[in-house]
Each structure stands twice: as structure tokens, then as C-alpha cells.
Design a protein around this ligand. Structure first.
Ligand code: HEM
Length: 419
């Protein structure tokens, strides 16, 4: 049966009650905790999300500042939403009631994720050549050097080490710095804070604004002086069509899209590997089906908790729920990736699992542009780590590893290892 259909006369079912994370919003009305969509239990989506996927796959929730919002948790429905740019757009101007605190109305995100065609198509075409398979393949040798340097530093410092600070972050940063052509210090200035939603939404928007200002300065400097990397190429080839702010938006989108996600995926991927001898053995085999294992890690860990918000362009019914034009729709990628409809034991890591159409990189026209690069980084880092430190193991029991809380990009806070 087609799940996504134009608005019918069917009345929507009443708002469901969501177990322990219910917060009352009025007599007889209950809604779920606004942060539930980014809550995890270790590496698993919060159990309430699993329950929602089963019982209320499309559910209203109170997203601060974005009017009425819906959470979608089933794999099939997430693909339906992300794959239908004609019904669900990314432009904030489509939202019915944007009342974000702080910089609210003036927030003009650059990059790709908050734009639709034709702006999105034009910008994505400018960046796409840098991410073609051949171009990324040519980066492999350089990437191996970057990883080897970092592993050597780790060896010299001696055990124990925190794989987040000693490997994952520096590798992801160095790759991004070279790709884009921004020096380390400047790149660091664009750090996170914006993915942490434990405080007010306005705080994370303010962090995003500050980062963008830093990048605008970088762009101006390269326009006037020495040019490097993708930024230098964009200035040289398209600098007359793009002003500093638009260029900065594109670069900022790459930095924020590519840095924390990849670092988190490397570190958290290491945790999943090191807590399971089976996976380490499988990865050490010469003929290891590494791409299958990488896909399984991406599916299982799924660091990006949500796809970019989508906004309904017109009234639609999804799984019996009436989504009105202007409502925001959030897709929970980790919950969709664990959907039992995809196969058996989806909460387990199975290195031999036949590739699933996982959604760790999103889906549709906004699917992650940097996916080939992220894959390459994982493909190089994991085997290199196991080769360089044959006896590497977790320095604390896996149950004591701390995870980020309330972060749009999930991952471990630190990963102590020894050898
Ligand atoms: C493991 C690492 C990564 C993960 C899990 C990841 C995940 C994602 C996800 C879920 C989306 C949103 C898709 C949607 O809303 O439909 C996205 C978009 C994007 N990602 Fe990644 N990403 C990763 C690495 C990277 C890297 C390394 C780069 C760049 C160097 C990058 C650049 C982008 C860009 C530019 C977009 C916006 C695409 C668009 O709107 O057209 N990502 N990514």
C-alpha cells in the first residue's frame, strides 16, 4: 500500500503517549521529549525510538522553534521522505512557524543542506568534481601517509592513548585541511558546539554563526593572497560568480558535514571493532570483505542522528498522520537503520550481512557528498591501526566507555586503548 499519498479525508489518529519520556502539554495531550530523537543508549537508538518505530512510526514532537514537527523512524518511510524532494523541501522558508530563539529570523545557513533546487543543484555541481571516485581514489596514498604519521606519534608517546584525540580527530582534520585548503589553526576555529543541543537551540545557532564568520575571513584571505585546495580552486574558477559569504557557506558546510562525522565514525568504529574479537580477526584477513564490514559499521553506528530537516511543501498523509504544508519532518537515521524490516538481528553487528540499503549517509538528492571520502578514511584507518599495533585493546571495559549526550553527531567522548 502506498504510504505517502495526497491529503485524504481520513482523520489523523490521536497523538500517542510515549512511555517514560512523555511530557504533558495540556489536558489529555501528551507529547514526547523534544530531545528523544537524538537520545541513544550507548550505540543503540534509545529504546523509546524502537518502540515508536513499531507503534507510532510517524509521530508529532515539540521541536523548539520550528512549529509543528514530526519524527519518522521506519526505514521505508525515511526513504520515502528523503527521496521525495518534490513533496519535502529543505528551505527554511518553507517552514510554517519558525520562531527560533536568538538569531532566529536572520539565520541564513550556507552550504547545501538547507537549500533546494535550483540553488542546491548549482552549488552541489560546484563541489561535486572534488568528490568523484577517481579524485578520491587518488587521495589514498596521501591518506595512508597522514594515518601512518599519526600512528607513529601514538607509538612514540606510548600506551595508553585516547583514540579520539590521538587518531580519529587529527586524521579527519588533516584530511579536511588538505582537501579544502585551510590551515589547521583556522580549521580548528570552526569547531563544534553547534551539534550540542543539550542547551538552547539558540546557543548552537550562535556557534554556527561564529564559525561562519571565521570562514568568511579565510575566504577573504585566500581571495587576496595564496590560494590552496578546493577553496582556492573555487575562488579561481567561480570567484566572480560567488561572493565571500556564499563561498564561506559552502566551505563551512563541508567542514561541519565532514569533520565531526568522520572523526566520530573512526573512533566509534574502533570501539565496535575492539570490543569484538570476531571483527578484528575478520578485518585482519588478507581477503577480508572490508567494504561489507564498513557498511555494517556505518549502518550500526550511524553517527548522524538525523537527516537535515525537511518541510512539507503541501499537505500529505504519511502512515495515517496528517502532515500539513510547512510542518517540519525529522528522519531518525539510526532508528531506520535498525528497522527489523531490513533483516534479522539488526541490533547486532554482522560482518557478513548482505549489504543493506542503510541510511547512514542519508538518501536522495541531499545524500552525503563526502561519502566516498569518509569510506576511504575508514578503509585506510582501521586496517592500519591493527597492523601497527597488533596487540591493541581497550584500556577499560567496553561498558565504561562514555558516549556523547544530546549531540546531533553521536559518538564516544574518548576511547582509551593500550597495547
Ligand atoms: C562517516 C562520515 C559521514 C557521515 C555519517 C555523513 C552523513 C551525512 C548525512 C546523514 C547527510 C544528510 C543527508 C540528508 O539529509 O539527506 C550528509 C550530507 C552532507 N555531507 Fe556528509 N557525512 C559524512 C562525511 C562527510 C564528509 C567527509 C564530507 C565532506 C568532505 C561530507 C559532506 C556533506 C555535505 C556537503 C552534505 C550535504 C549534501 C547536500 O545537501 O546535498 N560528509 N552527510
Amino acid at each position: 500500500m502506498k504510504q505517502l499519498a495526497p491529503l485524504s479525508a481520513t482523520p489523523p489518529p490521536s497523538t500517542p503517549v510515549v512511555g517514560a519520556l512523555v511530557s504533558a502539554t495540556g489536558p489529555g495531550k501528551e507529547a514526547m521529549h523534544p530531545l528523544l530523537p537524538i537520545m541513544r543508549n550507548g550505540l543503540d537508538p534509545h529504546e523509546e525510538l524502537g518502540r515508536l518505530r513499531h507503534e507510532h512510526p510517524v509521530v508529532a514532537f515539540p521541536m523548539l522553534g520550528l512549529g509543528k514537527a514530526w519524527l519518522v523512524t521506519r526505514h521505508e518511510d525515511v526513504r520515502a521522505v528523503l527521496g521525495d524532494a518534490g513533496t519535502f523541501g529543505n528551505e527554511l522558508s518553507l517552514a510554517r512557524d519558525v520562531t527560533m530563539p536568538h538569531t532566529a529570523g536572520q539565520w541564513r545557513p550556507g552550504g547545501l543542506g538547507f537549500h533546494d533546487s535550483p540553488v542546491h543543484t548549482r552549488r552541489r555541481r560546484l563541489l561535486a568534481p572534488a568528490f568523484r571516485t577517481r579524485v578520491i581514489r587518488d587521495m589514498a596514498r596521501r591518506l595512508e601517509d597522514i594515518v601512518a604519521t599519526q600512528l607513529e606519534r601514538m607509538a612514540q608517546a606510548g600506551p595508553p592513548a585516547d583514540l579520539v584525540r590521538a587518531l580519529a580527530e587529527p586524521v579527519a582534520s588533516a584530511v579536511m585541511s588538505e582537501l579544502i585548503g585551510v590551515p589547521d589553526a583556522d580549521r580548528r576555529a570552526t569547531g563544534s558546539g553547534r551539534f550540542d543541543l543539550s542547551g538552547e537551540l539558540g546557543t548552537s545557532i550562535a556557534a554556527a554563526d561564529r564559525s561562519l564568520e571565521d570562514v568568511v575571513e579565510l575566504v577573504a584571505r585566500q581571495r587576496a593572497g595564496r590560494r590552496a585546495g578546493l577553496l582556492g580552486r573555487l575562488i579561481s574558477e567561480h570567484g566572480d560568480q560567488l561572493d565571500d559569504r556564499e563561498l564561506a557557506g559552502l566551505i563551512d558546510g563541508l567542514l561541519t558535514g565532514g569533520l565531526g562525522t568522520t572523526a566520530s565514525m573512526i573512533a566509534t568504529g574502533c570501539l565496535v571493532l575492539l570490543r569484538d574479537d570476531r571483527l578484528v580477526t575478520s578485518l585482519r584477513r588478507e581477503d577480508a570483505p572490508i567494504d561489507r564490514l564498513l557498511d555494517e559499521l556505518l549502518r550500526y553506528v550511524c553517527v548522524a542522528q538525523l537527516a537535515f530537516p525537511r518541510f512539507a511543501r503541501r499537505d500529505v498523509i504519511l502512515r495515517g498522520q496528517r502532515i500539513r504544508a510547512g510542518d517540519a519532518v525529522f528522519c531518525s537515521l539510526p532508528t531506520a537503520n535498525r528497522d527489523p524490516a531490513l533483516g534479522t538481528d539488526m541490533d547486532e553487528v554482522d560482518p557478513h550481512r548482505r549489504t543493506t540499503a542503510h541510511l547512514a549517509f542519508g538518501f536522495g538528492v541531499h545524500r552525503c557528498l563526502g561519502a566516498p571520502l569518509a569510506r576511504l578514511e575508514m578503509r585506510v584507518v582501521f586496517p592500519a591501526l591493527l597492523r601497527r599495533f597488533p596487540g591493541i585493546r581497550l584500556a577499560v571495559p567496553a561498558e565504561r566507555i562514555e558516549f556523547k549526550r544530546f549531540s546531533v553527531i553521536h559518538g564516544v567522548e574518548s576511547l582509551p586503548v593500550t597495547w
